[in-house]
Design a protein around this ligand. Sequence first.
Ligand code: NAD
Length: 356
Amino acid sequence: MTKKIAVLAGDGIGPEIVKEAIKVLNALAKDGLDIELEYGLIGGAAYDETGTPLPEKTVKISKEADAILLGAVGGYKWESLDISVRPEKGLLGIRSELNLFANLRPAILYPQLADASTLKPEVVAGLDLMIVRELTGGIYFGQPRGIRTLENGEKEGFNTLVYRESEINRIGKVAFDIAQKRQGRLCSVDKANVLESTELWRETMTTLSADYSDVELSHMYVDNAAMQLVRAPKQFDVMVTTNMFGDILSDCASMLTGSIGMLPSASLDEDGKGMYEPIHGSAPDIAGQNIANPLATILSASMMLRYTLDEPEMADRIEKAVSFVLEQGLRTADIYSDGMTKVGTIEMGDAVVAAL
Ligand code: NAD
């Protein structure tokens, strides 16, 4: 049956990197992958054309699709807009509209890139970590929020960190299920010593662990987790954490692997439908120069085939092709080191297609 993919390229380098991932998917389509693509606007590009960062049409095609491939949103051009119509609102909005509450962010170090990490090769070589981030709750969505003026005329900004037991339970289940399929170790990250909402997080994870006797659950405060991620990242198998802590820790984990340009991510709903995107942003500093690394987006397409479209062999082919081009010494600027061959965005995409 034909699988529908909604393609939302977004802003900055978004259109360039998504184009390369589509090239890869189209190459697989010639070998029998049955897909249909439908394009939609999101972020600044959508605001410019329609006055909103998340047009209704985009929500409609995303809801109708089996999976969504997203580039990135945001850029200098839209920074002075009111927060309600900023590009990032489009992204938060689509996650919320589709109820994509579970964000899977793998940090895998390709052996060929051990030198590209800023950490010593022995600290990161062989790293294979999965961060599971709660995506539709917590302080990014909590009410009340805003900026108000106090009686003395001073302004005050405020946000609310709130988690319900049911929200913690459903993200916990996703993380325990993933840990069961990996090495069976789950580290739940919180700040239970200071924040009541994460005290409940810790209690709920502990209660849930009774249903998963084959998974070893540990708890860690987020400040320690940040330190441990750089000190000895291989101690972790799966980490599960709140929206904001996961946002920060997964960017930190990405650098362990050499470049933010290498890491894909999946955001899933309760039925396994998902939106797939690189973890990096729209990189306006390098947009339009054919130097962005498209591999995170190409690997996002591979995750989409594996987790939502049930095409694990096609996913394997992409991952092997990526490994092969790295083996050949091809590098975009962000992962380049002496002795390697520097290539642009388009050339990297072409090389992956050739390696398929
Ligand atoms: P960023 O991830 O866009 O860029 C951080 C740094 O990494 C930059 O130096 C950039 O050039 C580099 N980089 C990122 N992706 C790369 C790639 N594929 N290849 C090579 N280098 C790459 O983060 P930022 O600079 O903090 O944010 C820029 C814009 O992106 C902002 O408007 C921000 O709101 C937005 N943003 C969007 C998302 C998203 O769409 N999911 C996520 C984060 C930030």
